[in-house]
Design a binder for this molecule. Sequence first.
Ligand SMILES: [Zn+2]
Ligand SMILES: [Zn+2]
Length: 257
Amino acid sequence: MSLSQLEFASLGSGSKGNATLVCVGTTCIMVDCGFSMRETVLRLEQCGKQPEQISAILLTHEHTDHIKGAGALSRRYGIPLWSTRGTARAQALGDIGRHYFINAEEEFKIGQIFIQAYPVPHDAREPCQFTFSNGRQRLGLLTDVGKGTPHIVEQLTKCDALLLECNHDSEMLQNGDYPPSLKQRVASDLGHLSNQQAAEILSQLDTTNLKYIAAMHLSDKNNQSYLARQALSEVLNCEQSWVNIADQQTGLAWQQI
Ligand SMILES: [Zn+2]
Ligand SMILES: [Zn+2]
């Protein structure tokens, strides 16, 4: 039996909102929903999808840029939410119809998609990130994480595609106009990955199978896409243009692996 292809797209990525689509066959999962419901529906339309086609909303953690429209979209269209119990306790989600709890270490399946959750260091209640598979190819997602860990490296190694946070350039962050407390938070082990930290994680992965990579969650104040491209392409020893950038406005176009 031939397996359906693994397809993915981003509706937008950054501190003002995140949502990623991962689809296999007729199963289509929205990972995080950090835009208002109205904005999410508009962005879905631009991706050629209707809310009715979304099989599940899977949450990484409860920060507003990841859950803003999740509760409303789930209620309005009867889409079940999936998250850890810690994330589910976030007040901002409101009343949810169907909510499935996951364990941050568990492998589970939604429709045709195999999902492996893994915990990450980030300043939220019970944050986790995921790898997705159709049974053959694997897509690794890692954003909103303060530092790499051996466990993260183990999860992401040998992926066919990677969506990897490149939040900031350390120098731009230190010299920028964020208040000191925010600079400290972003740079901390529970904050976000710098381009250099992302490159370090990437350098520890087996990238033999890697056919696609995108830098995610770039700060509009403390980063530039060319810096993220530079950092990742140096590790992969590839053209800078081979590294894709998911931006806040347009996200990433559909990819198939
Ligand atoms: Zn975020
Ligand atoms: Zn976050």
